[in-house]
Design a protein around this ligand. Structure first.
Ligand SMILES: Nc1ncnc2c1ncn2[C@@H]1O[C@H](COP(=O)(O)OP(=O)(O)O)[C@@H](O)[C@H]1O
Ligand SMILES: [Mg+2]
Length: 321
């Protein structure tokens, strides 16, 4: 496909305050298109989540943005630098915590951090000060002298985050930062990521929906290499699902109650002593008033807000058809 240069000019000019922008970024491996012409615009200081199932193209996108893989087509700019033409400048302002936790198992926490500083040519004194700061920040102070192999998976992941931050990156890429961690360890990593918010632009990938929902200012859902939706978590929920669910258990549910409810909410189901209503804006007080007014006795009720799961399942299912 021929690039649309006019469009591209507008895209880049209009968003020159963004930390990351891609324009039709594409990667093919032989016949397989792993990343298919994606356009992303990520603001400075925000947490952006690229959300998608396994094999969707998340790691491939990150590798291109980190200059580890050459794009087949398209372009990307990080803090104003072109990822192909200005690789050196890009590499100086980014860092990555890769999908596979990469710590030197036989070195201590401090040694791992010093090693990383050395790799990037930062002077020893400066690295040490920064390392101490990061050890504090990531709650690793009590284990500084311990070998990395003795740490739990969650702590290794936190060390990995700290290692990526030793260079003070302006843009930090986190590829599946909580992969394989138990819920408690995941929460601990989330807390650390949230602490970085504002100062560092964070691009994270995940296939955990609740992770994206909890952390991200802006989410793009990728499926089979294509971006199928993007926006804030609230926007995605509102646009692609948006339905609340109300379940009511009661005795004395009459046909009149059901018919009156159906006039306002077409999606009303009844089974035994239970009513389930799904709609965008449920006015639960008026529903309760109506039922009581008609003599029904409510025993129990619950409300469920729309979730990102609904959005994700909807979008990825539609694509497959
Ligand atoms: N080096 C490679 N050679 C061939 N195919 C690859 C290579 N890396 C990734 N792929 C394929 O590209 C697709 C996207 O992979 P990836 O970006 O790793 O997905 P994700 O990180 O979302 O799980 C998959 O179908 C994967 O098999
Ligand atoms: Mg991956």
């Amino acid at each position: 496909m021929k690039p649309d240069f006019e469009n591209k000019k507008n895209f880049f000019n209009l968003n020159n305050n963004n930390a990351i922008q891609t324009f039709n970024l594409t990667k093919k491996f032989g016949n397989r298109t792993a990343v298919n012409s994606i356009n992303l615009a990520i603001q400075r200081g925000e947490i952006f989540a690229l959300l998608g199932p396994n094999g969707a193209g998340k790691t491939t996108t990150i590798k291109m943005l980190c200059c580890l893989l050459k794009p087949t087509a398209g372009e990307a700019v990080i803090m104003g630098y072109d990822i192909e033409k200005e690789q050196l400048s890009v590499k100086q302002i980014i860092n990555i915590s890769p999908q596979e936790t990469a710590v030197a198992r036989n070195l201590t926490i401090m040694e791992n951090l010093l090693l990383m500083g050395g790799v990037y040519g930062i002077n020893k004194h400066e690295t040490k000060t920064k390392a101490q700061e990061l050890i504090e920040l990531f709650g690793l102070s009590s284990r500084t002298k311990e070998l990395a192999k003795k740490l739990s998976g969650g702590m290794q992941r936190r060390l990995n985050l700290a290692m990526a931050l030793i260079t003070n990156p302006q843009v930090l890429f986190l590829d599946e930062p909580t992969l394989g961690l138990d819920p408690q360890a995941r929460k601990a990593v989330w807390i650390q990521i949230e602490k970085l918010k504002g100062n560092t632009t964070i691009f994270l990938t995940t296939h955990y929906l609740e992770e994206a929902d909890a952390l991200a200012d802006h989410i793009a859902i990728i499926h089979q290499g294509k971006i199928v939706a993007q926006g804030s978590p609230a926007f995605l929920k509102e646009s692609y699902s948006g339905k609340q669910t109300m379940m009511i258990k009661a005795s004395g549910i009459t046909d009149k109650i059901i018919n009156t409810l159906k006039e306002k909410y077409p999606d009303v189901r009844k089974s035994d002593n239970q009513i389930i209503i799904q709609a965008k804006d449920l006015d639960f007080e008026s529903i309760v008033d109506l039922m009581r007014g008609e003599g029904a006795k409510i025993k129990w009720l619950s409300m469920k807000e729309p979730s990102l799961d609904d959005v994700f399942l909807k979008l990825t299912a539609e694509e497959k058809n």
